[in-house]
Structures are given as C-alpha cells and as structure tokens.
Design a protein around this ligand. Structure first.
Ligand code: PLP
Length: 226
C-alpha cells in the first residue's frame, strides 16, 4: 500500500519533469532524447528510488561515495543497467572507491583529484566518464575550478588519459541562472566538449534551452529533501 502510494507520486512527478524537459527541448529545436535525466537520489532510500527504476529511469546521481556504496550495490543487482553519476565534491582519498562505483564523475575540479583518478583508473581498468566542474560564479565556498584554470586542467585530464565527457556547473543560488549556464555552454563549445551537465529542479528549462546534455534533478522528482 505504502509502496503503491510512493509509486503513484513518483510516476506523476517523473511525467511532469519529462514534460518540462521535452517542452524546453522543443523551444530550442533540440531532440529531448539528447538530454539525459539524472535523478538525484541523495538522502532518499531504496524504497523511494525503486519506483523510478520501475518507471524506466536508468541514470541516478549521488553526492557522497559512502551513501552511494550503501544503496547502489543492492539496487544494481536488480537493475544491472542502472548508471550511477557521482555529482558531489570528491576527496582524493575516495577516488578509488568512486572509480569502482561510478559510471560518471561530474565533480573533477583540481589537479590532485585528476592524479588520484588517473591512478585509480589505471589500477582498476574501469574508466568512468569525467565532467570537469567549473566554479562558474566564482563562489569561494563552492567546488569547481576557477574559469581561468580550465584550459590547464583540461590539458592535464586529457594527458592523464581521463575520458573527459564535458563540463559541469552549479550556478549561484538566488541569482538569475541563465548568464552562468550560457557561459558554461560557451566554455564547453570553445574546448570542443560535447557534454554539459547543468540544470537542476529550478532551472532545468533554461539549462536545456542553452544546451544541457545532462540535467540533475532531485526535489522535483522526490519532493523537498528532509
Ligand atoms: C542536490 C543536487 C542536485 C539536485 O538539486 P535539486 O534542486 O533538488 O534538483 C543537482 N546537482 C547537485 C550537484 C546536487 O548536489
């Protein structure tokens, strides 16, 4: 009964988010299929996640390696084609665990982390797609590399053999996101990067119209986090 209620609410929210993505894609003359919806499941347990898996969602985002390790091995046993994206700030000493677990890492933002990831990839033979996170609003408390450091970081990542998929950004809260999202899209274009991980519950339409290939959506799918 409780599982049924969860499923019903999840189906409605999922349909609404998919419709938002589709409408924004149409406005920009893009194919909605070119936008990957990543359901951000941080703080939500397996019972909340299963309805989305049952509804066909296959891309999921977690912020913390430890939390992901606790939830995802069991869920993946039932859904081997589920893909896990790590989207939170990553300590270099968690690089090996991250590489073992994730299909993509969206928070690659400094030389020491690139070195640690390259070692973990070499040791394990697994190579998650890597998004370089840019601190697009130059906010001191946020992760991401300064815009000025991006060319050197990208060169280092490519030289180290990391599979660089694209750029990721989180625009400043409380400010109009469009200029920041547009700047991130421009940086990706300038560096020949196809992947663009941007857009969350509140700004996903803007992100999709500006070229996002991966939107990371939590609260619009699950309700407000506790
Ligand atoms: C939590 C989180 C999201 C999802 O945010 P919502 O506003 O709940 O959609 C996206 N990206 C990152 C990096 C996050 O930490």
């Amino acid at each position: 009964m409780i599982q049924d209620d969860l499923s019903h609410a999840a189906d409605e929210r999922l349909a609404a988010v998919r419709e938002r993505i589709a409408r924004a894609a149409r406005v920009a003359a893009r194919d909605p299929a070119d936008v990957t919806l990543i359901a951000v499941t941080k703080t939500h347990d397996a019972a909340a996640i299963r309805p989305l898996l049952a509804a066909g969602v296959r891309d999921f985002g977690e912020n913390r390696v430890q939390e992901a390790q606790a939830k995802w091995p069991t869920l993946r046993a039932d859904y081997p084609d589920a893909r896990l994206h790590l989207i939170g700030q990553l300590q270099s000493n968690k690089a090996a665990d991250a590489v073992a677990l994730a299909d993509s890492i969206h928070s690659v933002d400094r030389p020491s982390l690139i070195e640690a990831l390259a070692r973990a990839i070499a040791a394990s033979g697994r190579a998650p797609g890597c998004f370089l996170q840019v601190n697009i609003g130059a906010e001191p408390q946020k992760g991401g590399c300064p815009i000025a450091d991006l060319p050197a970081l990208l060169r280092q990542a490519r030289d180290a053999g990391l599979p660089v998929a694209g750029l990721m950004c989180i625009p400043p809260a409380e400010l109009e996101p469009a200029p920041y999202l547009a700047l991130c899209a421009k940086l990706a274009r300038e560096h020949g990067l196809g992947g663009l991980s941007m857009g969350m519950s509140d700004d996903l339409e803007t992100a999709v119209t500006l070229g996002a290939t991966h939107v990371r959506v939590g609260s619009a799918l699950f309700g407000a986090r506790p």
